[in-house]
Design a protein around this ligand. Structure first.
Ligand SMILES: [Ca+2]
Ligand SMILES: [Ca+2]
Ligand SMILES: [Ca+2]
Length: 243
């Protein structure tokens, strides 16, 4: 007697299993596409402000004079002087300051990177353990302090300073006579025109002077120093033209 081969059921079962797997994959993929990451945007007041950001539970609290323009991803809780932002599903905090002198400080480490545009006026930014991207603008005597983590500071064309702190930091300066302090970590400093001072600090740093007589300080670690056009002096450097 011929027994029905059991194998005949297998292709059908394989198809069902395959279909179920495909459906499961689609279901898994949906939440990722349905909830796009958000960006918080905070606007400083035109008259200048002292703004602080701190983290409280799953929210970000902003204190200081803000513009009338509603911050994105936040709501005002006391006039334009306090805002509360949900930190859920954010990928970036952006801060846009006005044309007067501003002071922005991140009091607690933010869960995502911070990008800050300080605008005109003599400004100062102090970051925390998040990655900070600081654009201090074109005024004289601006200063960005990145703090821990890998920070980026890109200045305008008048004398401004970047202080990287710990981490692998990057600074790029315009035409002023600028200062960059890389701190610990492997830093990159691109000084541009002007008579600049760059301090690599501990770690393997790469320092570029640009045109103008620059002073490059490699500090501890194997450092590359290149004064480029305009001869200044390199100190404690191990490779490059060292001039
Ligand atoms: Ca400003
Ligand atoms: Ca840093
Ligand atoms: Ca160094």
């Amino acid at each position: 007697m011929l027994k029905m081969p059991r194998m005949s059921a297998t292709p059908g079962r394989k198809l069902v299993v395959g279909l179920l797997a495909a459906i499961a994959l689609v279901l898994l993929a949906i939440p990722g596409t349905a909830v796009p990451a958000r960006k918080i945007v905070i606007y400083g007041a035109n008259s200048g402000s002292k703004l602080t950001l701190t983290k409280r539970h799953h929210k970000i609290l902003v204190k200081g004079n803000m513009a009338r323009q509603h911050p994105r991803g936040c709501h005002f809780t006391r006039g334009h002087r306090r805002a509360l932002c949900s930190a859920r599903n954010i990928h970036m905090i952006e801060i846009q300051m006005g044309p007067s002198g501003d002071f922005v400080r991140i009091k607690k480490k933010m869960p995502v990177p911070v990008t800050v545009y300080l605008g005109p006026g003599r400004d100062k930014f102090i970051g925390n353990g998040e990655r900070d991207f600081c654009y201090p603008g074109g005024a004289r005597r601006n200063r960005c302090v990145g703090g821990p983590n890998n920070d980026v500071c890109i200045t305008g064309n008048r004398n401004s300073d970047c202080v990287g702190g710990p981490g692998n930091d990057y600074c790029r300066h315009g035409r002023g006579s600028d200062g960059c302090w890389g701190g610990r970590g492997n830093d990159i400093c691109i000084m541009g025109p002007g008579e600049d001072g760059c301090h690599g600090g501990p770690g393997r740093d790469r320092l570029y002077g640009g045109s103008g007589a620059d002073q490059l300080y490699g500090g501890p670690g194997f450092d590359y120093c290149n004064g480029q056009r305009g001869w200044g002096k390199s100190h404690h450097c191990d490779a490059g033209p060292r001039r």
